[in-house]
Design a protein around this ligand. Sequence first.
Ligand code: ARG
Length: 458
Amino acid sequence: MKLWGGRFAKSTASLVDSFNASIEFDQKLYKHDIMGSIAHAKMLGKCNIITPKESQIIIEGLLSILADIEKGLVTFQIEYEDIHMNIEKLLIDRIGEVGKKLHTARSRNDQVAVDIRLYLREEIGTICGLLKELLTTLKNLGEYHIDTVMPGYTHLQRAQPVTFGYYMMAYFQMFKRDFERLQDCQDRVNILPLGAGALAGTTYHTDREYLAQELGFHGICENSLDAVSDRDFVIEFISDASIMMMHLSRFCEELILWSSAEFHFIEMDDAYSTGSSIMPQKKNPDVAELIRGKAGRIYGNLMNILTIMKALPLAYNKDMQEDKPPLFDTVENLKDCLLIFNEMLKTMTVRKDQMKKATKEGFMNATDVADYLVKKGLPFRSSHEIVGKMVLYCIQQGKTIDDLSLEEFQTFSPVFAEDILDVIKIENCIASKVSQGSTSHGSIEDMLKRAQDFLFDR
Ligand code: ARG
């Protein structure tokens, strides 16, 4: 007999049982379901909705179920549909009639909402921990490579010299925003829906403040109709995860390019690379490629949940059961990606020599020559044109700007003096970027200092 079987004259078709059931995936929530139920039973006892004795028997029953699940002694049943009813049924089987009192002043609608929030709150904590590890790696790379010169690109064309440390600190900013976004999301996850009942509230004098306190929520959903209908926090989390995956994917794309023979800026550690089944020489950046691919999967999860929720009337609809597969999939894949990406980054070899060599070509100091002329009094647009002509001359002569003699410089403008030969050195191009937030050594030191403070505070 189903827990809700009273008004039915026949049992459900077995086809419906298996179609309707979510136990296959929502058993992941067993711990959170029991946590929520324990708090609920405590509250019922405290408010004299059940006796303190009954409350205690229920709590002990729930704890023994938890222990058995953890020992692998429990098999969940499709017949009982989901984690909530499986546990309730186990409880009734174990402690008898009093177990039937647990569901007083509660619906599965507020129950499932509180379970998901408890689960997600915990997972956001874990993900923030992983993000913090990644931020620490980036900060360490930033420190170590503060003076490692490399080409910076726009349109994937060599643009201006920067340092690898500066590059890593750009990614630091991106993942720092991800961290902050998750903290912000956590504020909205951590609100209590339990006590809402099915949709309208309940007829019992419950104490939702007490429930919130017991479960560590910092507030209570104000409107019970909203409490059971809302999955914004799931959408918000998967949006944040999508942005994070986009960052990981961009980073992976760079690492894939950089580990090609064409760049040869980095080499992945053997432990984080794979070979080819046919080409004996191959060493492939599979891990980075797979993370790049997983970004697509997470975006799919976002579309999935957005589309499920679109046009659902208030309050609970069974469609909402479909929220869990994309949520769980996002959490699991995001954690895997963050963990492995960090290890891959820590173990890769940075080829400073190759990075430096790459800055010799591509006229990466051309903007510095233009700035030189501006400082000697020319308007920027005129100096831009002069240097453009100089670059064209170099291309025709097969030279770089560094190959030009002072006399050759002066054929383009009489204001060039001896000091130009210093200005065009790549190290000086970097050192002369004096604006706040630039690639110069001192500016990166400031970034590192702030990065350190950020990590220390968290
Ligand atoms: N398994 C359901 C879900 O995940 C639990 C809530 C069921 N509520 C209901 N009224 N049928 O959404």
